[in-house]
Write a protein that binds this ligand. Structure first.
Ligand SMILES: [Zn+2]
Length: 267
């Protein structure tokens, strides 16, 4: 599997029709019993941010709460496409209660740009949010219960393969190695010893960063501080074919949710 060598200083691969993708996502979600809640809307710029929620199957024991987000960077199209596939496949373990934000930056996708229409990187807005859409997202998050697992779907335009960031401050049982193992059958893994300036091992970056030392917070820092004790930022390599990147993210999500559901079972 070869890199395409298209990306030069930024993502230069195929963009997606985000509005068609989100329409597909809404259709699949409604078919499979998800409720949809709009938490931010801008009629003039046609921005609507929404969250999907599905309770666990009735009568299941050991319910685990899982949050998934995607599309905060508008030049990382495999994330929303992976969410679409996951919803269409609908192979979630029954004991999962799910919250999904399929796309946090639809304007960015229409421009094929990382930032929003005002040039703001929304994934640096979670400590002192000024962007209205992130204020609304945080207000929505604050209305939800805590999560057993958070998964954020991203892409990296310069990486040699799939990798992930783990935040697991309590040393809980980690699905990271299994995610890498299963993704390796559909996508190359970035096995460099340094990734984005941080020590990495077999595609896993466990950065010991105290969020309080960082002036600008990504979504992951907000979640680990306020909403969860286990979070993964999944990075597909966007210099590969789209189907490879989508398969990588879908496989990683399926692996993590299966492992957390089994844990909830007590088996
Ligand atoms: Zn990203």
């Amino acid at each position: 599997m070869q890199r395409l060598r298209k990306n030069l200083n930024r993502y230069c691969g195929d963009p997606i029709d985000i509005d068609a993708t989100l329409a597909d996502i809404r259709t699949a979600a409604a078919q499979h019993g998800f409720a949809s809640e709009t938490f931010y809307g801008e009629p003039d710029r046609q921005v609507e941010l929404f969250a999907l929620h599905r309770p666990a199957a009735a009568g299941t024991a050991g319910v685990r709460r899982v949050y998934i987000s995607s599309g905060i960077h508008g030049d990382e199209p495999a994330g929303p496409l992976a969410v679409r596939q996951l919803l269409q496949d609908n192979r979630w373990p029954p004991a999962l209660e799910l919250w999904i934000c399929p796309c946090l930056n639809p304007v960015g996708f229409r421009m094929n740009s990382r930032e929003n229409a005002s040039g703001v990187d929304l994934n640096r807005q979670y400590r002192e949010p000024r962007a209205a859409e992130i204020r609304a997202h945080i207000a929505w998050l604050d209305r939800q219960p805590s999560f057993d697992l958070c998964l954020m779907l991203h892409e990296d335009w310069e990486s040699d393969g799939f990798y992930l960031y783990e935040q697991n401050p309590d040393g809980r049982r980690s699905p990271a190695a299994e995610m890498i193992e299963r993704v390796s059958s559909v996508c190359p893994i970035d096995r460099n010893e340094m990734i984005e300036g941080r020590p990495a091992r077999d595609g896993v970056v466990r950065a010991n960063i105290d969020p309080n030392d960082r002036p600008e917070w990504p979504e992951a820092f907000y979640l680990i501080t306020r909403k969860t004790r286990l979070s993964y930022t999944l990075e597909a390599p966007s210099d590969y074919l789209m189907e490879v990147r989508v398969a990588a993210l879908v496989t990683a999500v399926n692996t993590a949710v299966e492992m957390i559901a089994v844990e909830g079972d007590g088996t």
